[in-house]
Design a protein around this ligand. Structure first.
Ligand code: ADP
Length: 550
C-alpha cells in the first residue's frame, strides 16, 4: 500500500521552534512574580521571581557575547551547586546558542580534567566555595580562557585561577532585555558527561528541542497525575542530567522553584519542605530513606507535599509503601538515564490498577509506565525482540526525541551504544508488560550504583588485583536497604596464600574513595565465566543472592 504522497501536503501551522529561551520568556511574562528560592548556608534564602531571573539571564547572555566573545556552539561550563545564578546560566548560556556544560564536582580529578578538555570549554562558571576544588585542575585546562566566579565583589575569594571574573560585575552594566536569537531547535543546548560506564566519561549533548519536549511531557505527568506542581524542590543536582529537567519544567508551568543548599541532611530538607510549602520533589532513594527515618523518629508529617519522584536507582517496595500509606504522598517511581534526558517512564498506574492501595503499591513498585514519545524494545542475546508479557526479560533499548543518538565526539562509544537501526542500548535488563509497566531486573553494564552515584567495578578490581595475594578479583553490586547497592569484592587468592578481608580493605584504603570500599570481601576458588570467557557478574550476583558465595 502506498501511504505517502510524492510531495508532502504542508500543515498550515506556524513554525515556532522549541527553544529554551521561550521557557523563561513565558515564565517572565505570565508568572513573573512566582518565586525562585535559593537556600544559602549562613545567610537568609535568596528570593526573586521569574521576571528578575529573566532580566539577569539576559544580562548574562549579553555579557558572554559582548564582553567574552561567546558565540553559538561555544561551550561554557558550570562547576556549581543548585542556585539562582546557576539557573540564570541555564538560560543565559543556552539562550544565545552556546552550550551549557554542567560539571559534576564530585567526579575524580582525572575525569574532570578529561571532560573539560574533551568538551573544549572556553569559560568555567564556578561557585566561590568550589574554587579550591577546581584550582588544582586549572593547570590542566590550557584552552579555558577564564573563570567566572558566581559571586559579588564582596564574596570574591582569593584565587590562583587565571583570569577570574566576578559574575555580578560582569553582568551589572548589561541590558536587562534580550530578543533571543531564532536558533535551530535541533541545535545543541547543554552537555552532561555520564560516568556511569567504564572508561572515560561520555558526553550527552542535549538539544533545545529535546529539552523542551522532555519538560512538556514531565509537566503533563505531574499535572495530570497528581496535580502537584505548585512548588518544586530541586534536590537532584543541576549537573546531573539537568536536575532531571526541573529548571525547565518549573518555568513552563509556573511552579515556584526551590533550590536546597548542598548539605542535604534530613532535618534541613524537612525544614525547607515545610517552610517553603513544597508540593513535589525528586531524588534518589537514599534521600527519601534518610528523610523518612528522620521524620518517623521525630513524629513529623508533611503539611503540603503531594508527590515525590524517585529514580536513579530502584525504589524498594517498602519506600513506596511508607510514602503512600504512612505519609499520604504519591510516590512516582521513574526510570531513566543521563542519555535519556532522563525520564522515560513514570510511576502513574492506570486507573483500573489503582482501585485499592495494595494494588496501587504493587504497580508503583515497577519502574513505571512507558511515557509518550519513548519507544522501548527488549531483546535477547541474539538481538531477537522479546514479547511485552511481563515475564520475558532482556536488554532494554529505547528511542525517542529526548534519547541520545550518540555521544559527543566519541565514535567508539556511540557505536557500542547505538544500534544500526537507531536504538539506544541502556545496559539495563528489563521486562515490560502489555500495559507498559517496565521492571528493571538487572544490569548488563559492569558498574555499581550506590546512593545514586556510580562506583566503577573495573577500577575497584584493578586496585585489588595489585595485592600480592590476589589472583583474580570481581566487584559486584549487592542490594542494600539504604544505599540501593553496595560493592562486594569477590577474590580468588593466589595458590599458597590466605589473605583476609581486613588485609584487602586496608590495601584498598587510600587508593579508592572511602565510600567505594567494599562492604564485604569474599574468597572463592574460581569465578564463573561466560561463554566468551568474561567473568559473569550476573552469575556472581545470583550466587551471592542465594548465599552461595560465603
Ligand atoms: P540517573 O541517575 O539520572 O537516572 P544515570 O545515567 O546516572 O542517570 O544512571 C542511569 C542508570 O541508573 C540506569 O541505566 C539504571 O541502571 C539506573 N536506574 C535509574 N533509575 C532506576 C530505577 N528507577 N530503577 C532501577 N535502576 C535505575
Amino acid at each position: 500500500m502506498q501511504l505517502t504522497r510524492p510531495r508532502t501536503l504542508p500543515g498550515l501551522m506556524m513554525d515556532a521552534p522549541l527553544l529554551i529561551g521561550t521557557l523563561i520568556d513565558h515564565a517572565a511574562a505570565w508568572h513573573g512574580d512566582v518565586e525562585i528560592v535559593t537556600q544559602q548556608i549562613g545567610a537568609d534564602p535568596h528570593r526573586y521571581g521569574y521576571r528578575d531571573a529573566r532580566k539577569r539571564s539576559a544580562q548574562l547572555a549579553h555579557a558572554l557575547h559582548e564582553k567574552l566573545g561567546i558565540v553559538e556552539g561555544d561551550r561554557v561550563a558550570t562547576f556549581a551547586w543548585n542556585t539562582y545564578r546557576h539557573f540564570e546560566a541555564y538560560f543565559g548560556v543556552s539562550g544565545i546558542g552556546a552550550v551549557l556544560h554542567t560539571i559534576n564536582p564530585r567526579l575524580f580529578a582525572h575525569q574532570i580534567e578529561y571532560i573539560v578538555n574533551h568538551a573544549g570549554d572556553r569559560y568555567v562558571m564556578v561557585d566561590p566555595h568550589l574554587v579550591p576544588l577546581l584550582e588544582p585542575h586549572a593547570p590542566s585546562f590550557p584552552d579555558v580562557e577564564g573563570y567566572i566566579i558566581l559571586a559579588d565583589e564582596e564574596h570574591m575569594p582569593q584565587t590562583s585561577l587565571r583570569n577570574a571574573i566576578c559574575y555580578e560585575t560582569l553582568i551589572a552594566d548589561m541590558p536587562a532585555d534580550i530578543a533571543w536569537p531564532e536558533l535551530d531547535e535541533r541545535a545543541a543546548s547543554s552537555l552532561c558527561y555520564t560516568s556511569g560506564t567504564t572508561g572515560n566519561p561520555k558526553g550527552v549533548m542535549y538539544s533545545h528541542r529535546s529539552t523542551v519536549l522532555h519538560a512538556l511531557c514531565g509537566a503533563a505527568d505531574l499535572s495530570v497525575g497528581e496535580n502537584a506542581l505548585a512548588t518544586l524542590l530541586a534536590i537532584v543536582p543541576m549537573f546531573h542530567a539537568n536536575a532531571w529537567g526541573l529548571p525547565y519544567l518549573a518555568p513552563l508551568v509556573g511552579s515556584k522553584l526551590v533550590f536546597p543548599d548542598p548539605h542535604l541532611d534530613p532535618a534541613r530538607l524537612y525544614a525547607i519542605m515545610e517552610s517553603e510549602r513544597v508540593t513535589t520533589s525528586c531524588g534518589v532513594p537514599t534521600i527519601w530513606f534518610n528523610l523518612l527515618a528522620y521524620m518517623k523518629k521525630n513524629d513529623l508529617r508533611f503539611s503540603t507535599m503531594k508527590a515525590i519522584a524517585i529514580g536513579g536507582s530502584a525504589a524498594p517496595p517498602a519506600l513506596i509503601e511508607t510514602l503512600e500509606r504512612d505519609f499520604g504522598v504519591a510516590a512516582l517511581h521513574a526510570w531513566g538515564m543521563t542519555e535519556t534526558s532522563p525520564s522515560c517512564t513514570t510511576g502513574l498506574p492506570k486507573p483500573q490498577h489503582a482501585t485499592t492501595i495494595e494494588e496501587r503499591i504493587v504497580r508503583k513498585t515497577t519502574q513505571g509506565r512507558v511515557k509518550y514519545g519513548v519507544g522501548v524494545s527488549i531483546r535477547d542475546d541474539d538481538g531477537n525482540a522479546l514479547p511485552f508479557d511481563g515475564v520475558a526479560q532482556g536488554d532494554l533499548f529505547v528511542r525517542g526525541p529526548w534519547v541520545a543518538s550518540g555521544y559527543y565526539e566519541d565514535d567508539e562509544a556511540t557505536a557500542a551504544a547505538v544500534t544500526a537501526d537507531g536504538w539506544f542500548r541502556t545496559g539495563d535488563i528489563a521486562s515490560i508488560d502489555s500495559d507498559g509497566y517496565v521492571v528493571i531486573r538487572d544490569r548488563s553494564k559492569d558498574v555499581i550504583k550506590s546512593g545514586g552515584e556510580w562506583i566503577s567495578s573495573i577500577d575497584l578490581e584493578n586496585v585489588a588485583i595489585a595485592h600480592p595475594a590476589v589472583a583474580e578479583a570481581a566487584a559486584i553490586g549487592v542490594p542494600h536497604p539504604t544505599w540501593a547497592e553496595r560493592p562486594v569484592l569477590v577474590i580468588v587468592p593466589k595458590d599458597g596464600t590466605n589473605p583476609s578481608k581486613t588485609e584487602i580493605v586496608d590495601f584498598l584504603t587510600g587508593k579508592v574513595a572511602k565510600w567505594w570500599l567494599p562492604d564485604d570481601v569474599l574468597f572463592v576458588r574460581e569465578l564463573p565465566h561466560t561463554a566468551t570467557g568474561k567473568v559473569s557478574k550476573k552469575t556472581l550476583r545470583e550466587q551471592h543472592a542465594a548465599g552461595k558465595l560465603v
